[in-house]
Design a protein around this ligand. Structure first.
Ligand code: COI
Length: 359
């Protein structure tokens, strides 16, 4: 239900719910199981442009059954987090997320949400549902999911004339089920995630839909997630579907370059910045299972980890395939990065990069 009233937050009209949603119970939130009381929506029509955003009760909006979103996957999203400190709620690099959102929109012929509009929408909604944000300890955060989707009722294949920009919030802690452990990844040689010229660098739902069968099979083999390999040689590391990947061989940290087939992760970028500041040798270049295997055989130290907003920094203990595997020999850089990123999120450490934006 909804209540009447003329409240607005940061210029966004708010209709408060009259039927608050059940609060999480138990000690573990997990990832994405709970939604807060409100969502933000703004409509766009090609003829008239953006309508003002509004915040309404979760569950009070509807989607168009003949839309490009449902029929053809015309949908993009972002994932960012709000953290609670003693003093405030704060966002991590919302401007970088807004810019990536605009790049995704362009690739799928969707209207651009101006960076300022995106950030204001996120701040307004987080303010309204601020009391849903868990403590930052234990990885707690409000996960913020902005989405842009085609909502025109039209079955022809062409850019849609009507779109909706929405934002929803989910209180989360760890992305992974069960005990903290280093991940086991299945190096996938049958299926691929993306090829040059496709939409691998776009945060669109279809990339996640197409990942599920490989992920299901990897799970059945006892692995946590798939490690995607390049579509040509099936040897070079791409990403892990919900994480970018980093490897350390000896003293050198290597991560695959942004050449159009992988997501330009914000956590990836933050890690590269920190590593360069620390004077750690870093290389953005193609790195293959073959190279890792040879380094392991030569007795070099190997460390692997994933980065992402949801996964933060997740150590990878092992990468395996039909007839081989590579194991991390120890974790040094990943825990240091985790501590640094957590420190910036929580306010324990100074934000020297302008990455934090107050809600
Ligand atoms: C994120 O890290 O925010 C992601 O988008 C990965 C996944 C949960 C979809």
């Amino acid at each position: 239900g909804r209540s009447q009233g003329g409240e607005s937050v940061l210029g966004v009209a708010v209709t408060h719910t009259t039927t608050p949603r059940p609060r999480p119970t138990g000690t573990k939130l997990g990832f994405g199981r709970y939604l807060t009381d409100h969502v933000l929506v703004a409509e766009h029509d090609a003829a008239t442009g953006w309508q003002p955003a509004r915040i309404v009760p979760t569950g009070s909006t509807r989607a168009e059954i003949a839309s490009g979103a449902l029929q053809y996957g015309l949908s993009i999203f972002e994932g960012l987090k709000a953290f609670k400190t003693d003093r405030e709620l704060r966002l991590f690099r919302p401007d970088a997320h807004a810019k990536r959102f605009a790049v995704s929109a362009k690739r799928l012929c969707m209207p651009e949400v101006p960076v300022e509009t995106f950030i204001n929408a996120v701040r307004a909604l987080v303010r309204v549902d601020a009391d849903w944000c868990p403590a930052q300890t234990g990885g707690g955060a409000l996960y913020i999911r902005p989405t842009l989707y085609a909502d025109e009722s039209f079955l022809g294949v062409r850019p849609a004339q009507q779109h909706v920009f929405s934002v929803l919030l989910s209180p989360v802690d760890s992305y992974w089920d069960g005990e903290e452990h280093s991940l086991k990844l299945w190096a996938e040689r049958e299926f691929t995630r993306a090829a040059l010229g496709g939409v691998g660098s776009v945060k669109t739902g279809g990339n996640y839909a197409s990942s599920l069968l490989a992920a299901k099979r990897a799970k059945e083999r006892g692995f946590d997630q798939v490690l995607w390999l390049d579509a040509v040689k099936r040897d070079f590391l791409e990403e892990a579907g919900t994480m970018n990947v980093f490897v350390r061989i000896g003293d050198t940290v290597i991560t695959p370059p942004l050449e159009g087939t992988i997501l330009a992760g914000i956590t990836r970028d933050s890690c590269l910045t920190l590593l360069r500041e620390w004077g750690v040798p870093v290389e953005e270049r193609p790195v293959s299972l073959t190279e890792l295997g040879e380094a392991a055989k030569a007795g070099k130290a190997i460390e692997m980890w994933g980065t992402g907003t949801a996964a933060v920094i997740s150590p990878i203990g092992e990468v395996a395939w039909e007839n081989g595997s590579i194991k991390s020999t120890g974790f040094e850089v990943a825990p240091r990065l985790r501590k640094a990123i957590d420190g910036i999120h929580s306010g324990r450490d100074a934000d020297t990069h302008g990455w934090i934006v107050s809600v």
